[in-house]
Design a protein around this ligand. Structure first.
Ligand code: ZN
Length: 117
């Protein structure tokens, strides 16, 4: 699938994708393709981030194209468009890092100034 094909699919989807919070119709200017993955000639997966122009919420859509069928799942997120690019190649948190944060919060005395200085 060519990049132009993905763009055409996005233009088509912008007519049907609606904000899950307020049902406002998305426009293409506020929609960004984060990642594309091709699986065979007529199958592809697209990850899209969109900001609602009306209620300002952000949604990540996972769109699966399988021949003539298109499936879409939307998830409300607090990631901005630039956050998605920043974190797309980040490593997942390890169990040790989660444990370290837990211990830090448990011992935290509430003095934020002391921690940040
Ligand atoms: Zn909305």
């Amino acid at each position: 699938m060519k990049k132009n094909d993905f763009q055409r699919i996005m233009e088509m989807l912008s007519f049907v994708l609606r904000c899950p919070v307020c049902s406002y119709k998305y426009n293409l200017e506020r929609t960004k393709i984060i990642e594309t993955k091709e699986e065979g000639q007529n199958e592809a997966a697209i990850l899209v981030h969109s900001d609602c122009a009306q209620c300002k919420s952000s949604v990540v859509f996972s769109i699966i194209i399988s021949g003539p069928e298109i499936f879409s799942v939307g998830m409300i997120t607090d990631l901005t468009g630039s956050d998605t690019a920043k974190f797309s190649n980040a490593q997942p948190l390890s169990a040790d890092e989660v444990l370290e944060m837990h211990n830090f919060v448990r011992a935290f005395d509430g003095d934020l100034v002391k921690v940040l200085s």
